[in-house]
Design a protein around this ligand. Structure first.
Ligand code: NAD
Length: 506
């Protein structure tokens, strides 16, 4: 019987492909078929990558490259992200099950413009700033420099590996750092391709490395490695806590983008035609596997039945199926483990007395016999104390809660350990803006969702994270600040050494 050969991929360290004696299989979450095999990295590979990154940083080809040149190299990479989009889509969605439509508009579609944004920042960022001469106690010139940190580790999850990787790699490279990326074991391909492309376009060997391996082994090594100056992590809050603990051993800088349980306040003046579709877009896109998804919908008590009826009617039309088919609205969830976890949450919700207005299980049909599938699900009769309202499900499940007054809606909205995003549907902008100011979240979307723009900050309040990615200050997170003081007195009598310390010379 003929055997079908599967492509094997290696890690990318110091400008070269690096294999490992251990291998893991990447499987499609839609079919469970093998997509490819991948070298499985170890702590030794993490160390090799950090050493390569450090040597590259010390050589200075990238770190001390004139900023306009660095920007040009990065612009060429952005161009390739656009030109090779089909390849990047295949690399991203084969392993993570996003639909081709989502990948075109979001998972991969955002990659080129977001990388370009950082390429432009590489040229325009104020790396040096002279502060006007201070006249007291002596005349001096003062300069504030922003210098690259050195070696940055980027640990990324499986849901948006390319874009979430770029949110770290982009500002790190723009500021002149070297980077070691630890991809998620399920989805290594798109960032691997990015590192190869970056090398082809002029990023020197060792400046951008990609390693694989188990998080608890390879990720943990990077978070605690004495040769790593900063760790930037996107993933679950539980692992984020562990990363913070590991980073503390060497007092590493640490930025964390963690989980969410975003509240969505539907106000009584909202246009339901927009709000119902918008709430489903906010929650169900990519099967709800987005940290910033709007998962707790708060509706006025007297509009509950109408809103739920409309939600069910619209969500029933969401078409599940082959992610490569342009007609498909929703693909699978990432893994069998994740599917079981979601079903476990549903079971608990039933036990807690919630009602399933739609879905709540696995879709029927031969096309769903393989792969990891969950129906679009609307859960009602939920209170904010229930587990289904407090924990991140990371599946296509919207919970509906009711409120009597806006004050009560705000209280419920803010009653969460998380604070990544929040939203409001309203016909009155002024009213919505006032409410937005009282929501404890890093982003508040009014009358839309999933609007991430590289020029605007993204990150969480409370246990949703530490620091911000994107926005005007993105490069600050990847630089050290240095104050250089130059005394201009040039005359001993003009100094105050004698007054403060020694006896005046006769
Ligand atoms: P995860 O935390 O399990 O894994 C994320 C990454 O961390 C992976 O690369 C994994 O290998 C690595 N890792 C796991 N254990 C580690 C350890 N002990 N030390 C170091 N690294 C380790 O998360 P996930 O299941 O891959 O992703 C889903 C979670 O990520 C959700 O909770 C979601 O909300 C969150 N997320 C947040 C954002 C954001 O921007 N805030 C974006 C996407 C996903």
């Amino acid at each position: 019987m003929a055997t079908v050969s599967v492509q094997h991929h290696q890690m990318f360290i110091d400008g070269k492909d690096v294999d490992s004696s251990d291998v893991f299989e990447i499987r499609s979450p839609a079919t469970e078929q093998i997509v490819c095999t991948m070298a499985k990295g170890t702590v030794e590979h993490a160390d090799l990558a950090v050493d390569a990154a450090r040597r590259a940083f010390d050589r200075g080809e990238w770190a001390r490259m004139p900023k306009d040149e660095r920007s040009q190299v990065m612009k060429r990479i952005a161009d390739r992200l656009g030109a090779d989009m089909e390849q990047f889509i295949e690399a991203e969605i084969g392993p993570n099950g996003a639909t081709v439509r989502q990948a075109t508009g979001f998972h991969v579609g955002l990659a080129a413009p977001h990388f370009l944004h950082f390429a432009e920042q590489a040229a325009t960022f104020e790396f040096e700033q002279d502060v006007p001469t201070a006249a007291y106690p002596t005349i001096s010139m003062n300069r504030i420099r922003r210098e690259p940190l050195g070696v940055c580790a980027a640990i990324v999850p499986w849901n948006f590996p390319l874009v979430l990787g770029i949110w770290k790699i982009g500002p790190a490279l723009a500021a002149g750092n070297s980077v070691v990326v630890k991809v998620d074991e399920k989805t290594p391909l798109s960032l691997l391709r990015l590192a190869q492309v970056a090398h082809e376009e002029g990023v020197p060997a060792g400046v951008l490395n990609v390693v694989t391996g188990d998080g608890a082994e390879v990720g943990a090594r990077l978070a605690s490695h004495p040769g790593v100056d900063k760790v930037a992590f996107t993933g679950s809050t539980a692992v984020g806590r562990e990363i913070m603990r590991l980073a503390s051993g060497t007092v590493k800088k640490c930025s964390l983008e963690l989980g969410g349980k975003a509240p969505v306040i539907l106000l009584d003046d909202a246009d339901l035609d927009i709000a119902v579709d918008g709430a489903l877009f906010g929650c169900m896109l990519y099967s709800g596997q987005i940290c910033e998804s709007g998962t707790r919908l708060l509706v006025p008590e007297d509009q509950h039945d109408e809103v739920v009826e409309r939600l069910v009617e619209r969500a029933s039309t969401i078409k599940l199926g082959d992610p490569n088919d342009y007609d498909t609205d929703m693909g699978p969830v990432i893994s069998g483990r994740q599917k079981e976890r979601i079903l476990g949450y549903f079971e608990q919700a039933r036990a807690d007395g919630a009602t399933f207005a739609l879905g709540g299980g696995v879709p029927e049909g031969p096309e769903f016999a393989e792969g990891h599938w969950i129906e679009p699900t609307i859960i009602t009769g939920v209170t904010n104390e229930m587990q289904i309202a407090r924990e991140e499900i990371f599946g296509p499940a919207l919970v509906v809660l009711t409120y009597k007054t806006v004050e009560e809606a705000l209280e419920i909205a803010n009653d969460s350990d998380y604070g990544l995003t929040a939203g409001i549907w309203s016909g009155d902008y002024e009213r919505a803006l006032e409410i937005a100011a009282q929501m404890r979240a890093g982003t508040v979307w009014i009358n839309n969702w999933h609007q991430v723009d590289p020029a605007l900050p993204f990150g969480g309040y409370k246990q949703s994270g530490v620091g911000r990615e994107l926005g005007p200050d993105a490069l600050n997170e990847y630089t050290e600040v240095k104050h250089v003081h130059v005394d201009l007195t040039q005359d001993k009598d003009g100094h105050i050494f004698d007054i403060l310390l020694s006896t005046p010379a006769k």
